[in-house]
Write a protein of this length. Structure first.
Ligand SMILES: Nc1ncnc2c1ncn2[C@@H]1O[C@H](COP(=O)(O)OP(=O)(O)OP(=O)(O)O)[C@@H](O)[C@H]1O
Length: 239
């Protein structure tokens, strides 16, 4: 289950500030995994937030499949760096709560929550509260919460940025497996070139103000390509 995402002539900004994006065109094929890299403030999160429907474009439009994005929707799941779990709900309770807006019956919410927690390797932690879970486990709950709604697009904003190196590598492996199994379209914002190259089939470098596409590379399958890495590093350093 996946949708193509298109940004057409997209301009966006905040209040009376300078535009963050201007006339940006980008297409993300259904089922593709794309990493967005770029210096702080170039508009990576703004791209994600317009696709999520949190930020309304000032011009142009975003479409997910055939439908223009007019606001948040369950077919577009979001995972942020900070998991934003309710501390007074268990892992299962957090996932179930997110399913309420889908209007699912209670038993179905429970079934889906437990299935999603099992899918992220947290079957044993379902009845634990966030304070009883490590950072990596909390991020698994956040991932389960997004997956339980069975999204066709997954929007991830530096989701592993706050994790230690080992946990981060484990989460990357988990995410690759989930993506291979589900085929969801993934847009993944990161500051880390190696993370982008390890995960994505395509790496886009944004830069400038307003932000624009500085580079757009397909990442070949197989072992990391040092030439591609240094090319992308040069684009990143060119700001
Ligand atoms: N809610 C907001 N209100 C006002 N300005 C904002 C808001 N969110 C972002 N901005 C501004 O928009 C610009 C782009 O921000 P954005 O978060 O999209 O960049 P980014 O590339 O994701 O940065 P980072 O890597 O630091 O997360 C920045 O100048 C930022 O200060």
């Amino acid at each position: 289950m996946s949708l193509e995402v298109r940004l057409e002539g997209l301009s966006a900004g905040y209040g009376t500030g300078a535009p963050v994006l201007e006339h940006t065109d980008l297409e993300f094929a259904a089922g593709s995994f794309t990493a967005l890299l770029g210096p702080s403030g170039c508009g990576k999160s703004t791209v994600l937030n317009t696709v999520a429907g949190f930020v309304r474009p000032t011009a142009g439009q975003v479409t997910a499949g055939a439908e223009p994005v007019r606001g948040p929707g369950p077919e577009r799941g979001v995972v942020f760096q900070h998991y934003a779990l309710f501390p007074w709900r268990t892992a299962r309770g957090n996932v179930e709560f997110a399913l309420k807006r889908l209007g699912l019956p209670r038993a179905e919410r429970r079934r889906r929550a437990l299935a999603a927690l099992a899918e992220v390797g947290l079957a044993d932690g379902a009845e634990k509260y966030p304070a009883q879970l490590s950072g990596g486990m909390q991020q698994r709950v956040a991932l389960a919460r997004a997956l339980a709604a069975e999204p066709e697009v997954l929007l991830m904003d530096e989701p592993f940025g706050a994790l230690d190196a080992l946990t981060r590598t484990r989460m990357q492996t988990l995410l690759r497996e989930l993506w291979q199994r589900r085929g969801t379209t993934v847009l993944f914002v990161t500051h880390d070139i190696d993370e982008a190259l390890a995960l994505a089939g395509r790496v886009i470098v944004l830069g400038g103000s307003p932000g624009r596409v500085l580079a757009d590379h397909a990442v070949p399958a197989g072992p990391p390509d040092p030439d591609l890495r240094s090319l992308i590093a040069r684009h990143l350093g060119s700001e």
